[in-house]
Design a protein around this ligand. Structure first.
Ligand code: GCU
Length: 660
C-alpha cells in the first residue's frame, strides 16, 4: 500500500527569500527527538527551498539554531521562535518543544509567511493530546472509513515505513500519545500485553519515541482470567492485584516508552468491576497501582450505560448514565487515573449538549473524548469539518467555579490544577493512500491535533492552514476549501436529525436515514415522535437529566423558553405547531432546514468544481466523487425526514415543496 503525505506534502517554492536560514543548522540538544527535529528541518529545506542544509559548528554560524533553555514560561513542550539578524532560534525547555517549534516553522514555510522579525511563543493547552485508534488485529477498524489498519494485519503487529510516516504526521500537529488498538479488546488483542507481541510493540514505541509520542494500549479488564487463568477479575481480589502487578512489571520492562492503558469496562458488553459488585474506582485503581511504579497512566472511559433498555421505559435515560455512575466516585481515583469523557452524554451525534460530567467532577483527572472518525457525521463520505463543533464544546461554560470554568479550562488542568488531563480523538485514519478516505476529512485530523495543542486557535484559521499546507499556497484554493469546510457541519446538521434529537440512522452501521431505526430498540436512543410532536422530556418532569448541570445551565435547559433551540428536542417534547424564535413552527423549521441543508451540499459541490485544474487531478476526482454521492444522499436524508414528519403531523409545507 502506498501513502501520501497529507498536509506534509511539500512543494518547491519559486522564491529564494528564506533560503538563507536553511543553509546551516545548529542544535544544542542531541536527544533522539532533537535529531528528528533537525532531520525535519533538513527535509523541508530540501523539498521546499531546494537547499542542502549543513550542520553548523556553532550557534553563531547557523541560520537556524535549536536551543534548550531554562524558562518555565516556555516549558518542555512549548517553544519560542525568534528571528534576529538572519538567524531563527527555536527555544524550548525540552526536545519535544524543539520538534513542535520546527514543525511550526515548516508550516510557515509552506504557507510562505514572513520569517523576518518572527517572534512567537506557543505552549500546549493540554498535557495529553491523544489519538485513539479503534484498530483490530485482523486489520479491520471499528468505525473505520479509510481502509484497513496500518498497525495490524492478520493478527500481527505491523512496523514499517508507514509507522514512521504516521508518527511524523501526528507529531507535526502536536499529538503526543497514541492508543493503537480498539477499546473493545477481544481475541488476540488481549495478548498485546504479553511477551508474544513485545518485540514489535517495542519497535513501534521506539519509532513513536523519535517523534515524542508515547504508545498506549487498550486493555481487557478480564485479562487475569483470559490470560492468567484466574477464575475472577475482581479488582479487590489479592490474586488479581498480584497478577496485574506482575503483568505491568513485565510490559513496562519490555516497552519502556509505553505510556499506559485505555480501558472500556462495563460498557456495551465489555467486562468490568460491576460483575463483582465493585466500583469503577476499584477497577481503575488496581490497574493504576500496578502501573504507578513505571509512571504508567490508566485512562478509564466513562461510556458506561445500560445498553439493554426497554423502549417502553420512559424513566431510564442513557444521557444520565455517565454522571450517575461516576459523580459519586469523584476524588476516589488514584493520581495516575484519568477519566475519559465523551463530549456529549449520548454518543458523538451531530449535536448534543456537553456532558454533564464535564463541570460536574472537580477532583478527578479528565480527558475530553471527541470522535473524528465520522461514525454519525457522514462516515467520511460526506464532508463534515468538526472543528467548529469542538470549539463550541471547548468554549462551553460549565459554571463549575467562579473563574476558569469552560471545558477547555477543565481538561487543560487550569480549573482544578491537574497535570494529567487533555483531549483524545477517536481517529479517522486507515491505510488508504490519503489516510482518511475523504481528502477533506484530513482537516479533522489536522485540526484536532492543532486544536488540542492550542485550544484558542480558530476553526477557520485551522482550516485555512490545513488547506494551504495540503493544496499549496494558492489564495483561491485556500478560500474555496475553507468555505466548503466551514459550511459542512451546519449543512450536515440541517439535513439530518433536527434540533439535537440525533439517532435517526440505520442501526448497526449507522449510515443513512432511518427515523425509527432505533426507536423500538434496546440502546436508549429514542425520539418519541407521535402525531402531535417529538422530543425527549429531560426536565424535572421527565428524566431529570437537565438537573445534572450546574444551576445556571440546569435552569437554562429546564425551561423550553430558555433552552438553546439547537438542543430543544434533546431536552423537551415539542408540538409541531410550537413557534420557534424565528417565528416558524417546529414542523416548518424541519422542512426548511432539510431543504436548505441539501441545497448547501449543492453549493459545496459547485465550489469544489470551481477548483478543477487547480489541485492535483487525482485528489480533485476523489473528492468530487464523494461530493456527488453526498449530494444524492443528502436528498435521501431530506426526503425521508420530511416525509416521516409530514406523515406523522399531516401539516403541509407552507412553501408547497415536494414532500412524499
Ligand atoms: C459507539 C460505537 C461503538 C464503540 C463505542 C465506544 O457506540 O458505535 O463502535 O465501541 O461507541 O465508544 O466504545
Amino acid at each position: 500500500m502506498s501513502y501520501e503525505n497529507a498536509w506534509l506534502t511539500y512543494r518547491m517554492r519559486q522564491d529564494s527569500r528564506d533560503k538563507k536560514y536553511f543553509s546551516k543548522v545548529y542544535a544544542e540538544d542531541e536527544s533522539i527527538v532533537a535529531v528528528t527535529a533537525v532531520k525535519e528541518l533538513e527535509r523541508a529545506g530540501r523539498e521546499i527551498l531546494g537547499v542542502r542544509m549543513e550542520q553548523a559548528g556553532c550557534a553563531a554560524e547557523a541560520g537556524i539554531c535549536l536551543r534548550l533553555v531554562s524558562d518555565p514560561a516556555i516549558g518542555e513542550e512549548g517553544y519560542q521562535l525568534r528571528e534576529e539578524e538572519g538567524c531563527i532560534t527555536i527555544s524550548s525547555e525540552g526536545a519535544r518543544g524543539l520538534l513542535y517549534g520546527s514543525f511550526a516553522l515548516i508550516r510557515r514555510l509552506q504557507m510562505e509567511l514572513p520569517l523576518e522579525g518572527l517572534c512567537m511563543l506557543e505552549t500546549p493547552s493540554n498535557p495529553l493530546r491523544m489519538l485513539n485508534h479503534w484498530d483490530n488485529m485482523d486489520g479491520s477498524i471499528e468505525r473505520g472509513y479509510s481502509g484497513n489498519s496500518f498497525f495490524f494485519k492478520d493478527e500481527k503487529v505491523i512496523v514499517d515505513e508507514r509507522t514512521r510516516a504516521y508518527a511524523r504526521m501526528a507529531a507535526s500537529v502536536g499529538i503526543n500519545a497514541s492508543v493503537i488498538n480498539n477499546v473493545n479488546v477481544r481475541g488476540n488483542a488481549t495478548k498485546l500485553i504479553t511477551e508474544e507481541y513485545g518485540k514489535e510493540l517495542r519497535e513501534m514505541s521506539e519509532i513513536f519515541a523519535e517523534y515524542g509520542i508515547r504508545l498506549f494500549l487498550s486493555l481487557n479488564f478480564a485479562a487475569p482470567m483470559e490470560l492468567g487463568g484466574l477464575d475472577s477479575a475482581d479488582p479487590l481480589d489479592g490474586q488479581v492485584a498480584a497478577w496485574w502487578k506482575d503483568t505491568m512489571e513485565d510490559i513496562f520492562r519490555r516497552i519502556p516508552n509505553l505510556g499506559g492503558f485505555l480501558v472500556k469496562a462495563d460498557s456495551e458488553g465489555r467486562p468490568g468491576p460491576f460483575t463483582y459488585g465493585r466500583t469503577h474506582a476499584d477497577g481503575a485503581n488496581v490497574l493504576a497501582d500496578a502501573a504507578a511504579p513505571y509512571g504508567g497512566i490508566i485512562i478509564w472511559r466513562c461510556f458506561v450505560y445500560n445498553c439493554q433498555q426497554d423502549w417502553r421505559d420512559r424513566k431510564t435515560d442513557r444521557a444520565r448514565a455517565g454522571y450517575d455512575n461516576f459523580m459519586p466516585l469523584d476524588g476516589k481515583f488514584r493520581d495516575n487515573v484519568i477519566l475519559q469523557i465523551k463530549n456529549g452524554p449520548m454518543d458523538f451525534q451531530v449535536r448534543e449538549p456537553v456532558s454533564s460530567l464535564l463541570g460536574g467532577l472537580t477532583d478527578t483527572n479528565q480527558i475530553l473524548e471527541v470522535q473524528i472518525a465520522q461514525e454519525y457525521t457522514g462516515q467520511q463520505r460526506h464532508v463534515c469539518y468538526l472543528i467548529p463543533m469542538f470549539k463550541e464544546i471547548l468554549g462551553f461554560h460549565t459554571y463549575c467555579c467562579g473563574g476558569q470554568d469552560t471545558v477547555a479550562d477543565i481538561v487543560s488542568g487550569r480549573t482544578w490544577g491537574q497535570k494529567s488531563c487533555g483531549m483524545a480523538a477517536v481517529a479517522n485514519t486507515g491505510n488508504d493512500d490519503n489516510w482518511t478516505g475523504h481528502d477533506l476529512a484530513a482537516a479533522n485530523l489536522y485540526g484536532f491535533g492543532r486544536l488540542s495543542f492550542q485550544t484558542d486557535a480558530g476553526a477557520r484559521e485551522l482550516a485555512e492552514e490545513w488547506a494551504a499546507c495540503t493544496f499549496g499556497n494558492d489564495r483561491v484554493v485556500t478560500e474555496t476549501v475553507t468555505k466548503i469546510l466551514m459550511m459542512s457541519w451546519p449543512a450536515y446538521e440541517k439535513y439530518t436529525a433536527p434540533l439535537g434529537i440525533g439517532w435517526m440512522v440505520n442501526p448497526n452501521h449507522h449510515y443513512g436515514p432511518n427515523v425509527d431505526g432505533y426507536e423500538y430498540d434496546r440502546w436508549g436512543t429514542y425520539h418519541r415522535a407521535d402525531h402531535l410532536g417529538l422530543g425527549i422530556d429531560r426536565s424535572r418532569q421527565g428524566t431529570g437529566y437537565a438537573q445534572q448541570y450546574r444551576k445556571e445551565n440546569a435552569d437554562l435547559y429546564e425551561d423550553i423558553k430558555t433552552c438553546p433551540e439547537e438542543l430543544l428536542l434533546f431536552f423537551h417534547y415539542i408540538p409541531y405547531t410550537y413557534r420557534l424564535k424565528s417565528g416558524k413552527t417546529l414542523i416548518q423549521h424541519i422542512y426548511d432546514t432539510h431543504f436548505e441543508g441539501a441545497g448547501d451540499v449543492e453549493s459545496m459541490d459547485i465550489l469544489w468544481s470551481s477548483l478543477e485544474g487547480k489541485i492535483p487531478e487525482r485528489v480533485y476526482k476523489r473528492v468530487k466523487e464523494r461530493l456527488e454521492h453526498q449530494k444524492e444522499h443528502s436528498k435521501e436524508w431530506r426526503d425521508q425526514i420530511n416525509t416521516y414528519f409530514f406523515r406523522k403531523s399531516m401539516i403541509p409545507d407552507e412553501k408547497g415543496r415536494q414532500i412524499y
